[in-house]
Design a protein around this ligand. Sequence first.
Ligand SMILES: Cc1ncc(COP(=O)(O)O)c(C=O)c1O
Length: 387
Amino acid sequence: MHTPVYLDNHATTPVDPRVLEAMLPCFSGVFGNPSSRVHEFGWRAAEAVETARAQVARLIGAAPDEIIFTSGATESNNLAIKGVYEAAAKHGNHIITCATEHTAVLDVCRSLEKRGALVTILPVDSGGLLDPGRVADAITDHTVLISVMTANNEIGVIQPIEDIARVAAYKDIPFHTDAAQACGKAPFNVRMAGIHLVSFTAHKLYGPKGVGALCIRRRPPRVRLAAQIHGGGQERGWRSGTLNVPGIVGFGKACELMLDEMPAESLRLRVMRDRLLTLLRESIDGVDVNGALEPRLPHNLNVSFERVEGESLIMRLRDVAVSSGSACASASVSPSHVLHALGLTPERAHSSLRIGLGRFNTNPEIDYAAGRIIEEVKRLREISPTS
Ligand SMILES: Cc1ncc(COP(=O)(O)O)c(C=O)c1O
């Protein structure tokens, strides 16, 4: 077993060696620009991209021509939210979203507020779940988009996305979901009633960084979307720019592997995750799970340790890579907006750890991590002035 043990798979996942192998030819032989329509180099690159598009589409039950490649879920969210908002300017200016969304949704909505958007940010219950009834109540004649994430990146809680999508469909309102954490980790199919737009990204599913997708469904009512990046007209005009062929090929391979391996992998990770929680609870008191344990991503655990400052714990765990929340916010000292939305006290929010298991973790690593967390929690409690 090697240390440090990596348990921060919500921040990013290592590239699967099989994905890397699929990507390598794109740096040498298949180096052409897929937009070069007049020679063999371009054709081969375009063929590789179309194979990947089919693989990516298959993971979420979409048609290949419903997939637009982007640089990641942040860009996909920007395209979906700003794109719908701009295209719907004549019809309304109201967007509904949720308090526990990733900043790649919340900050996009905030930026639109400066351009005249009215944004309703719905609260969640103490488990982190959004009540579809609240979504229905929030809809007005001016609502142009509902955006609710599928699974949360900090607490792993899975929203009742089918029910929310049904509410949106009933009112003919485009529905977008940020499924960056859910795709490949939990059963997800875009054919669910009413889903129009899905954002996801390769680096959360053992693919490379810097590549993602927006699925734009063709189902009626057809969603109208204004492009956010203009130029050469690639990706049917929705996202200009030369395609990242190695990244896209890696994304495709990662999705193919996920589709094949998800059932067994989810089960294995769930068993390891539950074992980790049991080990912690057997040895120390005051271990509280943040967010509902079910429905939750099988590889997520977010726990608070009473009378322990989370940042101090993380600093002491140099041989176990965990985090206190979103990687994008981990430089900030303010408590996570997600834990705040659950109604946790600042003390409890500040005593939390986010643990994300992944494909390459082993049972000995989990035992080691549990032992180290227990050791450091005990030590911090011993030296804590409040203990
Ligand atoms: C739920 C969620 N949305 C969006 C993102 C951003 O994805 P990307 O890094 O591909 O831009 C992340 C990554 O942290 C995420 O967890």
